[in-house]
Design a protein around this ligand. Structure first.
Ligand SMILES: Nc1ncnc2c1ncn2[C@@H]1O[C@H](COP(=O)(O)OP(=O)(O)OP(=O)(O)O)[C@@H](O)[C@H]1O
Ligand SMILES: [Mg+2]
Length: 339
């Protein structure tokens, strides 16, 4: 039974042990999606599993997050408004760094001042960089040991680590334009970044895409972008800090479908934020070994005991699939030779 690509707008997740065939399934779905002219963004953190795709389609760019990505998180991309961009940046930065409300208020103030000084709210394009933001925060005279000083220092520490690990990425006032990125297929290898930093980069790019699709009023017209996140625990870790609320990826999952952005997520275990499963229409499980994970998969997919007992016996490339209003069924995915 073919699964319509348009339904990937309602996201998918695929859980399976190492070697069960997840990346192969993702690859085959990405290739089908590209064949329909739909751009795919693939975030690869661990394995360098997707760089070989360029051999099948040389138009696919393989980018290293440290060496190739150029992005200024403070650049406003028309037609997204500066106020909207400002709030998005501050929210994503604080959420992906587990920073609290006080830090958020301080960061908002600092970016707001930079935008005012540079006429960004009036359409100016002399965008500040993260280095400018760092300097601004360092210039704030705040009594040492106070709570505001703690907020300032925690933002400064994060900014310094971004600039240290990705000096080139953030050194330009203007980065890759979102209108071009939105139509491109690329693999972004986020290997060289800390988990938090990788989460920031990924979430920032996804929100930018989301705001861009909203601002250009591209709603309700089918799948426009597919986002692939393999070995995705880093992108939506379990047990996210309650004070900070839902992980940013969860907000994207719940909002993305109205703009045609579908997310296909895979991981070796169910030890990821449960918002991923809740928000995925397509749920798949490939072979799993651990009893704990099998129990959780059974719950997540509402399988009978008999069906769950089959999970450790699945062949490589086989999956039990759950979609709404249909009994769970078994599929065998084709093997995609890449290397
Ligand atoms: N449908 C399939 N039919 C035959 N062989 C397959 C199939 N899917 C995957 N394989 C083979 O099984 C091996 C593991 O596949 P894959 O890399 O997709 O697993 P994985 O679940 O992503 O593993 P890991 O968690 O370690 O990344 C590969 O050598 C691949 O070629
Ligand atoms: Mg894999």
């Amino acid at each position: 039974m073919p699964y319509p690509l348009s339904l990937l707008m309602q996201h998918g997740c695929n859980i399976g042990a190492s070697g069960s065939g997840k990346s192969n399934f993702l690859t085959s779905t990405f290739l089908q999606t590209m064949r329909h002219g739909i751009p795919v963004w693939i975030f690869d953190r661990d394995k360098q599993d997707y760089r070989h795709l360029y051999r099948i389609n040389p138009e696919i760019m393989v980018l290293d997050a440290v060496d190739h990505l150029i992005v200024n998180p403070l650049e406003v991309h028309a037609p997204i408004g500066p106020k909207q961009h400002l709030i998005m940046f501050v929210t994503i930065f604080c959420k992906t760094n587990n920073l609290l409300d006080g830090a958020e208020a301080l960061l908002l103030k600092a970016v707001n001042e930079l935008y005012l000084e540079r006429g960004i709210f009036d359409g100016g394009t002399d965008y500040p960089t993260l280095a400018d933001l760092l300097e601004k925060l360092k210039g704030y005279v705040i009594k040492g040991g106070s709570r505001p000083a703690g907020f300032r220092d925690s933002i400064i520490t994060r900014l310094e680590s971004y600039l240290l690990t990705s000096p080139r990425t953030y050194s330009f006032r203007r980065g890759f334009p979102i209108d071009k990125l939105a139509e491109m297929t690329f693999v972004l290898e986020v290997k060289g970044l800390s988990e938090r930093h990788a989460r920031f980069v990924m979430t920032f790019l996804l929100y930018l895409l989301f705001l861009y699709r909203i601002a250009t009023n591209q709603r309700g017209t089918g799948l426009r972008n597919l986002i692939g996140i393999d070995e995705g625990a880093w992108a939506a870790p379990p047990g996210y800090n309650d004070n900070i609320g839902h992980p940013p990826l969860a907000s994207i999952l719940s909002m993305a479908r109205e703009t045609g952005i579908g997310i296909l997520f895979a991981n070796q275990s169910l030890h990821v934020n449960e918002s991923i499963f809740v928000n995925s229409r397509l749920k798949m499980v490939m072979r799993l070994g651990s009893g704990n994970d099998i129990d959780r998969a059974r719950k997540m997919m509402a399988l009978s005991k008999e069906q769950a007992d089959y999970i450790p016996k699945l062949d490589v490339g086989q999956a039990i699939v759950r979609i709404p209003k249909v009994d769970p069924f078994l599929i065998r995915t084709p093997r995609i030779p890449l290397e």
